[in-house]
Design a protein around this ligand. Sequence first.
Ligand code: HEC
Ligand code: HEC
Ligand code: HEC
Ligand code: HEC
Ligand code: HEC
Length: 474
Amino acid sequence: MITLNRLLLFVFSLLLCGQAQAVSAVEKRLDNQRLTPLFSPHRATTSSGKPIGLHQFEDARVCSGCHTEIYDEWRESIMSHAWNDPIYRALLNKASVATGGELDNFCTGCHSPVGLTTGRITTAGNRLPPELEHPDEQLPGVDCEACHNMSGISGLDNGAYILQAMARGESLKLGPRADASSPYHQTQYSSLHTSSEICGTCHNVSHPLNGTPIERTYDEWYESPYRQAGIGCQDCHMAKISSKAAVMGPLRQDRASHWFAGGNTTVLEYFGRTRNAENARKLLQSSAELALLEPPAELRPGARAKMSVKVSNTGAGHKLPTGFPEGREVWLDFRVLDAGGNELYRLGRVVNGETEPGTRNFKVHLGDKDGKEVLVEVWNVNHIISDNRILPKGYEVVDYEFAVPADAEGPLSLVVDLNYWPFSQAFADALLGEDKIEVLVENITRLEQQIPLGQAPPWRPSPDGMTGDSGRHR
Ligand code: HEC
Ligand code: HEC
Ligand code: HEC
Ligand code: HEC
Ligand code: HEC
C-alpha cells in the first residue's frame, strides 16, 4: 500500500513539477545505481553491503571433488582464465596506468568477481604481468563461487550483480534445480540462473564515466528473435547433456554443461585448452552461411565482373561477431582463380598482422572525444563511430568487382572464406610484444563455385565505378 501511495505521489509530483525535474529524478536514480559506493565505478554489490570475508569463498578445486565433470569443463573455459588471460592483463595494465588506478575496480570486477568483492584488488596487482605473479596471489577468474553465490542483480551492465555474503559453514549454492541436495552445502533454486540476465550483467559493458555502450552482447540478444523464441544464452553456451551434476548425485538428462565456448580459440590454445578450442571452432562454424547472389552463367575475358556475396548470421544469438569491440573481427577473403589455380584477384588477405585495406569486414569502430578512432585505449572512448556487424538472423550483402584478364583460362573458381579472429596479430603484438601469442585465423565457412569463361565481349568494357556498397538487411 505504501508503495502504491508513493507511486501515486511520484506520478503526481511529476505532473506538477514538469519534465525538467522528472528527468533529473530519473538521472539521479541512474547515477546512484551506476556509482555504487562500495566498489565504484563497478556496479557490483554484496548482500551485506560490505566486502566479503577472504575465506568465505572456496577455491574451485574444492567443488571439483564432487562436481568433477563440471569443474573439468569450466577449467577449460575462457571464463576460468578471465584473470590470467595475457591479453586482458596487458590492457588492464595500460588502463590502470593511464587512469591513475581509477579503473582498477572496474575491469577486475568482471574478470574476477571474487577478487573485487573480497577487496583483494590492488593497483600493483593489476599492473603485474601474469607470468610474474605468485600462484598464491592469482585471483580466481569468473569461478563457481562468483556465479553460484549471485543472489540477484541490480541492473544489466557493468557487473551489477549482488553477491551473497555468508557465515562460515552456512554456505548456500544457488542453482537451476529445486530438487538438488548436497551433503556439503545448502542448495536453493534460483530463477536468475536459468535466465540470460545472469550473463547480461557482465556481457554488457558501458563506459563507467560517460555511459557509452561499448560492449552489448546481452542487448543484442535481447533485441533478437531468439529472445522472442525463448532461446537464451544458456541454450547455446551451456547446452544440456545427459550426465551427473555431482558424482554422488543422480543422473540428470539435462545437466547444464560448463564449457562456455565462444569464438576465442587463440587464448584457449595459448593455455593448452585444445578440447574446448575444438568446441569453439564448431560453434563458430555453426554461426554463419555464405551464398553467391545471382551467380553469372559465365564470365568474359577482358571484361569487368561483378559479384554479390550474401553473409547470413544463422547461428549466433547476437551480432556476428559480438563482444570485445577493439578486437573481434569477421571478414571475407575473396579469391578468383583461373583453371591452373593462379590467383587473378584477391581481397581480404592478412598483411602485416592485419586484414588488408579495403577488406570487407564486420566490426565495431570506437571513437574518442576528438572523433579519432580508438584502437587500444578503450577508456578514451566516448562514441561508436560505426558498427556493421551482422544482426542475429540477419544478413549483409557484399559486392565485389574485378577485371578478368583477356588471356584468362577458364573455368574460373571463386573461393570465398568467411574468417574470424578475436583480435589481430598486430593488436596482440602491440600489447604483448612479438611472438608472445599466435593469433589463429578461424574459418567459419567457405563458398566455392566454378564459373565458365565465355567469349571476349565485342564491345569495350564500360569503366563504371567500383562501388562496393554493402547493404544492411534483416
Ligand atoms: C561433497 C560434495 C560436494 C562439494 C564439495 C560441493 N558440492 Fe555442490 N552439490 C553436491 C551435490 C550432491 C549436489 C546435488 C546434485 C544433483 O542433485 O544433481 C550439489 C549441487 C550443487 C549446485 C546446484 C544447486 C541447485 O539447486 O541447482 C550448485 C550450484 C553447487 N552444488 C555448487 C557447488 C560449488 C560452487 C561448490 C564449491 C564451492 C560445491 N558445490 C561443492 C555436492 C557437492
Ligand atoms: C542461438 C545460439 C546463441 C545464443 C542464444 C547466444 N549465443 Fe553467444 N555465440 C553463439 C555462436 C554461434 C557464437 C560464435 C560466433 C560469434 O563469435 O558470434 C557465439 C559467441 C559468443 C561469444 C564470443 C564472442 C567472440 O567473438 O569472441 C560470447 C561472449 C557470447 N557468445 C555470449 C553470449 C551471451 C552472453 C548470450 C546471451 C545474452 C549469448 N551468447 C547467446 C551462439 C549463441
Ligand atoms: C558464468 C557463471 C557460472 C560459472 C562460472 C559456473 N556456473 Fe554452474 N551454472 C551456471 C548456470 C547459469 C547454471 C544453470 C544453467 C541452466 O540450467 O541452464 C549452472 C548450473 C550448475 C549446476 C547444476 C547443473 C545441473 O544441470 O544440474 C551445478 C552443480 C553447477 N552449476 C556447479 C558449478 C561449479 C562446480 C562451477 C565451477 C567449477 C560452476 N558451476 C561454474 C553458471 C555458472
Ligand atoms: C562476472 C561476470 C560474468 C558473468 C556473470 C558471465 N560472464 Fe561470460 N565472460 C566474462 C568475462 C570477463 C569473459 C572473458 C574473459 C577473457 O576473455 O579474458 C567471459 C567470457 C565468456 C565466453 C567466451 C567468449 C569468447 O570470446 O570465447 C562465453 C561464451 C561466455 N562468457 C558466456 C557467458 C554466459 C552464457 C554467461 C551466463 C550463464 C556468462 N558468460 C556470465 C564475464 C562474465
Ligand atoms: C561489465 C563487465 C566487464 C568489465 C567492467 C570489463 N570487461 Fe573486459 N570483458 C568482459 C567480457 C564479458 C569479455 C568477453 C567478451 C568476448 O568474448 O568477446 C571481456 C573481454 C575482454 C578482453 C578480451 C580478452 C581476450 O582474450 O580476447 C580484454 C582485453 C578485456 N576484456 C579488458 C578489459 C579491461 C582493460 C577492462 C577495464 C577497462 C575491462 N575489460 C572491463 C567483461 C568486462
